[in-house]
Design a protein around this ligand. Structure first.
Ligand SMILES: NC(=O)c1ccc[n+]([C@@H]2O[C@H](COP(=O)([O-])OP(=O)(O)OC[C@H]3O[C@@H](n4cnc5c(N)ncnc54)[C@H](OP(=O)(O)O)[C@@H]3O)[C@@H](O)[C@H]2O)c1
Length: 275
């Protein structure tokens, strides 16, 4: 990015901080980032990194090129309605990371005719290993699409989806999914401790193996199923673990969990949206 746009984050919690952290460690100037949230004390660390911080959302978004909406979905309507006049004046690009809430609802709350990209990011954005699924509404120009990609790609992979409804599946496969892997790590560490390893050794081996498997799968020219077969010697040790997972229907557990996740995204859009 040669000329950095001015970014305003409305909401400065976990997801905003993961994106901000990824951007700054990728060389995005902190002075071009603003952040707002209701408690000034909670913004002190961002201020010390060079961001402009405020408790006034309208002040944060004034003259911003891109406004990242990073409040909880339950808060979005109340946060956006007072910003409609400023949105009509400034016409920034809005990027909403809120789960579920449609671009139509967001557009309505902002008074209409707004360029809105919906992004489903994930918290590994903090270490520039994020995965972002993006959808643009009809008011987003080609230049704004490129701008959204160039900002978000500083936090990791960015992929467009054609249908807004596909963001429910993106939420299930990447937005929420770091938590699935963390849960799996927790279970492996606990099981390794039961087998006699110290917590520290169990943790280091678990995390390095997760990193190695992911990196290997990314670099490989064969699919994960083939990589699994290459670890699994006939009548060997791995086979027993895989047979145990299969006997306990791991595929079904994963499918049901991802369906529940996507279904909650659909129901949040209905409960909290205005379509
Ligand atoms: N966390 C994830 O892994 C993840 C992944 C993908 C998408 N998302 C989406 O990201 C959004 C934020 O989630 P999160 O996990 O970052 O939540 P969070 O940590 O609770 O952050 C929400 C932020 O909004 C602030 N806030 C509350 N009321 C506000 C207001 N009226 N005006 C401005 N800011 C206000 C909060 O400030 P206080 O703390 O001072 O109340 C906090 O900084 C959600 O819509 C979620 O669906 C999250």
């Amino acid at each position: 990015m040669n000329q950095h746009p001015t970014l305003a984050f409305i909401g400065a919690g976990n997801m905003a901080r993961a994106i901000i952290g990824g951007l700054i460690s990728n060389g995005f100037p902190a002075a071009k980032i603003r952040a707002s949230s209701p408690t000034i004390d909670r913004l002190a660390d961002l201020k010390s990194q060079g961001l402009f911080v405020t408790t006034d959302n309208a002040e944060a978004m004034s003259s911003a090129d891109i406004v990242v909406l990073a409040v909880k979905p339950q808060m979005l309507k109340a946060v956006l309605q007072p910003l409609a006049a400023a949105a009509a004046r400034n016409k920034p690009l809005f990027i909403s990371v809120a789960a579920g809430i449609t671009s139509q609802s967001i557009n309505k709350w902002l008074g209409g005719d707004q360029a809105i990209v919906r992004c489903m990011p994930n918290t590994p954005a903090l270490v520039k290993m994020g995965a972002n699924g993006l959808f643009a509404n009809a008011s987003v120009s080609e230049a704004q699409r490129s701008q959204a990609v160039s900002v978000l790609s500083a936090t990791g992979l960015t992929l467009w989806v054609e249908q807004e409804e596909q963001l429910h599946a993106v939420t299930a496969v990447s937005g929420s999914a770091p938590a699935y892997y963390f849960l799996f790590m927790e279970a492996m560490i606990a099981a390794a401790e039961k087998q006699g390893l110290s917590k520290e050794v169990a943790t280091q081996l678990t995390l390095q193996t997760a990193r190695g498997a992911a990196e290997m799968a990314l670099q490989s020219d064969v699919d994960p199923a083939e990589l699994r077969r290459r670890v699994t010697s006939p009548k060997g040790t791995t086979e027993q673990a895989i047979l145990s997972f299969q006997a306990n229907h791991l595929d079904r557990l994963v499918e049901e969990a991802m369906q529940a996740c996507a279904a909650r995204s659909v129901s949040m859009a209905k409960e909290l949206g205005d379509d």
